[in-house]
Ligand binder design. Structure first.
Ligand code: HEM
Length: 140
């Protein structure tokens, strides 16, 4: 582990090390299987993804493949995709907790650290974009 300027631990495992497309697919499928059954998060996903759940899973597999393996399959707009849902820091904390639990079950410890670190950073950045959460700048 190294320390970032902000004092956060950065897993030093190189992205591709220990990560395969098969692992990503398993992580995504298991995670969203839990998300959809979560009483708070599930309903947020059900309506917009009705009838195209498998497309969402494929897109999320592409997304994580881009993050972890530097593939270029993901071409979406994550910030725009999260507008209009009334998301809160509490919902993001729940999402992260479920993701962390899943990654720890499925991945080797250092690989889990890598995914969790990236998920947290992206969650921070989404919350900044949405103007919510402790790191978001609230301009008058
Ligand atoms: C409270 C937490 C979150 C909720 C409720 C949530 C919900 C959603 C929903 C409903 C969609 C589908 C939008 C659509 O296609 O109509 C979506 C897409 C997506 N989410 Fe999240 N999300 C959350 C956090 C995150 C985090 C932390 C990440 C990344 C680490 C993430 C990554 C993505 C990506 C990449 C997409 C696909 C965007 C695209 O269309 O290209 N989400 N999310």
């Amino acid at each position: 582990m190294a320390q970032s300027a902000a004092g956060r631990s950065i897993p030093i495992v190189s992205p591709a090390e220990g990560v395969s497309e098969e692992l990503i697919r398993q992580l995504v499928e298991t995670f969203y299987d839990r998300v959809i059954r979560d009483p708070e998060l599930g309903p947020i996903f059900q309506k917009p993804l009705a009838g195209r759940w498998s497309q969402h899973l494929a897109r999320m597999t592409d997304f994580w493949s881009a993050v972890a393996l530097r593939t270029t399959r993901y071409q979406g707009k994550p910030q725009a995709a999260h507008r209009g849902f009334d998301l809160t820091p509490e919902l993001f904390a729940l999402w992260i907790a479920l993701f962390e639990e899943t990654a720890r079950e499925i991945c080797e410890p250092e690989v889990a650290d890598f995914f969790i670190d990236r998920a947290q950073r992206i969650a921070d950045s989404l919350q900044i974009g949405l103007g919510i959460g402790p790191k978001a700048l609230r301009l008058p």
